[in-house]
Design a protein around this ligand. Structure first.
Ligand SMILES: *Cc1c(COP(=O)(O)O)cnc(C)c1O
Ligand code: SF4
Length: 336
């Protein structure tokens, strides 16, 4: 069929699904058969980072269980309101490194691009929750500023699209960027850090596959899943579509108290990822961001978990335990 510009523009299914996301705490509790009086952060305190969860993700939560590992990741607990010493607003020092065009260039050869502040889900442990996105959106003005910066620095071999979730942007916008990068001879790889294939598998549609599968650049997609229960059949199908492009698929997780802080949970996650064709890459210790202290698992608890994990899995299914230290030349690998 020939498409003409005059044809009415179809809203992609994923955008419709995104706009149907659950945002009212009472609705989520009702869907899950949970006590409507379950304590949560008050709405005023949630103003900048309200509850947000796609319906398909909520459907993977166990009914009637306030300790469900998926529910805990999205539920604004009252503890978020607590000020905890050592937990700040710019935990990893990215704000100070932010350059024009949304660029964060901390590590040699790799430049991270803050493409958008939007996400399909609001993860309560997220270190980007305090980011002043309006000052730094790369996708604005057709990426002109970002591309100018990238063109000038020939040491950059890998461009990392991050956010927020870069896949919150429409494919036309992402394709525009990927195509422009093709003309920068020093850039070899385009990496995408995204949680959308996990929380909104509809996102992996033909339009995404079309631009991702095109061009000279090698593509790496780093998924963000924290628990095996997130990886149901809809996600497996989305990941299979990505695999069809022959790109490299990795996963990074955050070690979260009550969510995945057991050797059994981490073991199941690695096994399930591999069954889908994804290799575990990083297991991050929590960035010490204000409002997330109740998720922290400290190093001395993480280390024996890693030893137990390594005793049960082949080496290639054991993620690297890492921590982000402000000013360090790379993520810090935590020995165990
Ligand atoms: C994590 C991160 C990267 C990528 O680091 P890798 O170790 O290559 O995964 C690049 N830039 C910034 C700013 C980061 O925080
Ligand atoms: S999807 Fe990623 S960036 Fe967005 S809220 Fe969750 S952890 Fe943060």
């Amino acid at each position: 069929m020939i498409q003409t510009n005059a044809a009415p523009r179809q809203i992609p299914a994923w955008q419709r699904e995104l706009s149907r996301a659950i945002t009212r705490p009472a609705e989520l509790l009702d869907c899950l058969g949970l006590d409507p009086a379950l304590p949560s952060l008050n709405p005023a305190a949630q103003r900048d980072f309200p509850l947000r969860v796609p319906r398909g993700f909520a459907a993977r939560m166990r009914k009637g269980d306030p300790q469900d590992p998926l529910f805990l990741q999205v539920w604004p607990q009252a503890e978020e309101g607590r000020e905890v010493p050592g937990f700040g607003r710019d935990a990893v020092g990215d704000l100070k490194k932010l350059r024009p065009g949304g660029l964060v260039h901390k590590y040699h050869g790799r430049a991270l691009v803050i493409a958008t502040g939007a996400c399909a889900v609001h993860c309560r442990y997220c270190f980007r929750r305090h980011f002043p996105y309006s000052d730094a959106l790369a996708a604005r003005d057709h990426w002109q500023e970002t591309l100018k910066e990238l063109a000038q620095d020939r040491s950059i071999q890998e461009v990392i699209l991050s956010g927020g979730d870069p896949l919150s942007l429409p494919d036309a916008k992402l394709a525009e960027f990927a195509e422009a990068l093709e003309f920068l001879p020093h850039v070899r790889r385009l990496r995408l850090h995204t949680r959308q294939p996990i929380v909104l598998p509809e996102r992996v549609d033909e339009a995404l596959l079309a631009w991702l599968g095109r061009g000279r650049l090698q593509k790496v997609v780093v998924l963000h899943a924290n628990h095996a229960q997130e990886l149901d059949e809809t996600v497996a199908a989305a990941v299979a579509r990505l695999r069809g492009l022959g790109l490299t698929l990795l996963n990074q997780s955050v070690l979260l108290r009550g969510v995945n802080d057991s050797a059994a949970a981490l073991h199941d996650l690695s096994e399930r990822l591999f069954a889908l064709g994804v290799l575990p890459y990083y297991l991050h210790l929590l960035d010490r961001v204000q409002g997330a202290a109740h998720f922290e698992v400290d190093e001395s608890r993480a280390q024996p978990l890693m030893r137990e994990l390594a005793a049960r899995l082949p080496g290639y299914l054991v993620p690297r335990l890492v921590r982000e230290d402000t000013g360090a030349p790379a993520k810090t690998v935590v020995p165990w």
